[in-house]
Every structure is written in structure tokens, then in C-alpha cells.
Design a protein around this ligand. Structure first.
Ligand code: ADE
Length: 268
């Protein structure tokens, strides 16, 4: 997968993407992450990327020209305008707006903003299925509305709180989707049993020693009885979800066996 990121602060990405699993994935060639300085696409000699909002109000707004130029240049699109904006008839899956870009390319252009759709594991899977993505990290008080309306195909938020910019949210989203790309995680780091993959929280895990300062590992885990261990995992995963995030159970994909366990837990 190739990921392009547009930002005013490229240096912020250096640390997280040059360590651990993401680093390994880029070295293996499974993932290519290219960070672009938005300022480089500003047409004026001072490389201005923001301006005062029309009508007044607090803060600065990111100008449309550098963002349109950057996306057009990176994706190899003609200069988009009202005259050549042909909206596709059907919205592609995962698209929050049928932007002009989507008439020329299937690459999602994703604006990171607290106003976007809420990111979760389902969205991570959806994005991980693409072979190319482009992220725009917003800053200041926001971006010119024409960027939202005509350039981006998707707007994503990582939660109902406001950060200083879209850089950290983009890193969160990219980290979560990258580990779902086949080959990024080793077999020993599989994703199928972890929290949220099937809509429930993961069961409690233990490692050696079997007894730590008097706190013993549940004996069933030492029994070597595969069926009972499996049942323990299912029961504890459901118990934990019920206690901590009961709302997740409405959307979870439960097997008949898990439904039976859940009914028993609900009875107390
Ligand atoms: N930019 C600022 N806050 C954000 C959030 N919560 N999600 C995505 N982008 C943001």
C-alpha cells in the first residue's frame, strides 16, 4: 500500500513511522509512506498556507490553493474546477462526499478533522483494503470549505475531542490500518483474536510465572485442556465486554456457543 500524507509539520511523522512494525513493513516494501510539505505547493513566494476567515471570527483558515495543487500533483490529476468537476453517479464505499477527485481516481482523499466520521476497527478494515490512500492533516481553525466539498472524499475523526492538528490522528489511523495489511504482522502477532476484531474485548492474558507474589494464573490455563481453555477465553472475553463496553454486544458477531455463554452471564 502507498500512503501519501499532506502536512505542515512533516517532522512529526519521523518518530512513529521509523520504529517497530511500521518500520519493518516499509523496509519489506509492503508499505510506502510519503510525507509531503503542504507549503511546497503554495503558489505565492512566501508559501502562505493560511489566511483570515471571510466574515471574521477567531483563528486562521487553511487556503484551498496549496491543498488542491498538492493533491492534483501527487495523484496526477488535472487542475480541478467547477468547469471540469464531473461528480460520479454513485458514491464509492466509504466516501463521505462525492468530490471532484473521485471522477478521476479511486484513491480516497481523507481529511483528518474532529467533524469527520468516527474511526473504529471497521473503518480501519475498510481503509486497509485500498492499495493507495492520501491523508490531509488539517491545522489552525479549519480548512476552506471548498476543500471539504470538492477535494476530499472522506473525513475521519479519531474521537470527540479536539487536537492541535490532524497529524496525530493520521498517525493513529495509519498505525491501525497498516497492521491489518497482509504480511505486516508476523504470524505470531495475528489480529483475529484481539479486542474489537469481532466486536468484543479480548480475554485476559497471563504469562510466566504461574504464581506471582501469591497471585495465581487461573488453573484452567495450565490444564492443557484445549476445549476448556477455549471456553475460558470465550467466557472471559464476553464477561469483560459486558462489564466494560456492554454497547459493543449489540453489534458483535457472536457464535451460537457465545450467545449461550452470554445468556448465562446475564442471568448472573
Ligand atoms: N484534528 C483535530 N482533532 C481531531 C480529531 N479528534 N480527529 C481527527 N482530526 C483531528
Amino acid at each position: 500500500m502507498r500512503i501519501d500524507i499532506l502536512t505542515l509539520f512533516p517532522a512529526m511523522f519521523a518518530g512513529p513511522f521509523s520504529e517497530s512494525i511500521i518500520k519493518r513493513a516499509t523496509e519489506k516494501g509492503i508499505l510506502e509512506i510519503i510525507v509531503h510539505q503542504i507549503r511546497d505547493y503554495a503558489p505565492d513566494k512566501h508559501h502562505i498556507t493560511d489566511d483570515y476567515p471571510y466574515g471574521g471570527g477567531a483563528g486562521m483558515v487553511m487556503k484551498p490553493e496549496p491543498l488542491f495543487s498538492a493533491v492534483e500533483s501527487i495523484l496526477g490529476l488535472p487542475p480541478l474546477s467547477r468547469d471540469n468537476c464531473v461528480l460520479p453517479e454513485a458514491m464509492q464505499e466509504g466516501m463521505t462526499s462525492p468530490s471532484c477527485v473521485s471522477a478521476y481516481t479511486t484513491v480516497p482523499v481523507i481529511l483528518m478533522t474532529p467533524q469527520g466520521r468516527q474511526f473504529d476497527q471497521h473503518v480501519a478494515h475498510e481503509l486497509a483494503a485500498h492499495d493507495r490512500l492520501l491523508f490531509i492533516c488539517g491545522h489552525y481553525e479549519g480548512v476552506d470549505e471548498r476543500v471539504r466539498e470538492h477535494l476530499v472524499t472522506d473525513e475521519v475523526s479519531i474521537g470527540d475531542y479536539v487536537l492541535t492538528g490532524g497529524e496525530l490522528p493520521a498517525m493513529v489511523v495509519i498505525d491501525a490500518l497498516a497492521r491489518l495489511i497482509p504480511g505486516v504482522l508476523g504470524a505470531e502477532e495475528a489480529t483475529h483474536e484481539e479486542s474489537h476484531t469481532r466486536g468484543t474485548l479480548e480475554y485476559p492474558q497471563y504469562t510466566r510465572p504461574a504464581n506471582f507474589r501469591g497471585w495465581a494464573v487461573p488453573p484452567v490455563l495450565l490444564s492443557g485442556h484445549h476445549g476448556e481453555v477455549e471456553r475460558f477465553h470465550q467466557t472471559e472475553s464476553l464477561r469483560r465486554t459486558l462489564r466494560r463496553r456492554p454497547e459493543l454486544l449489540r453489534r458483535a458477531e457472536l457464535t451460537k456457543e457465545e450467545e449461550k455463554i452470554l445468556r448465562k452471564l446475564l442471568k448472573g
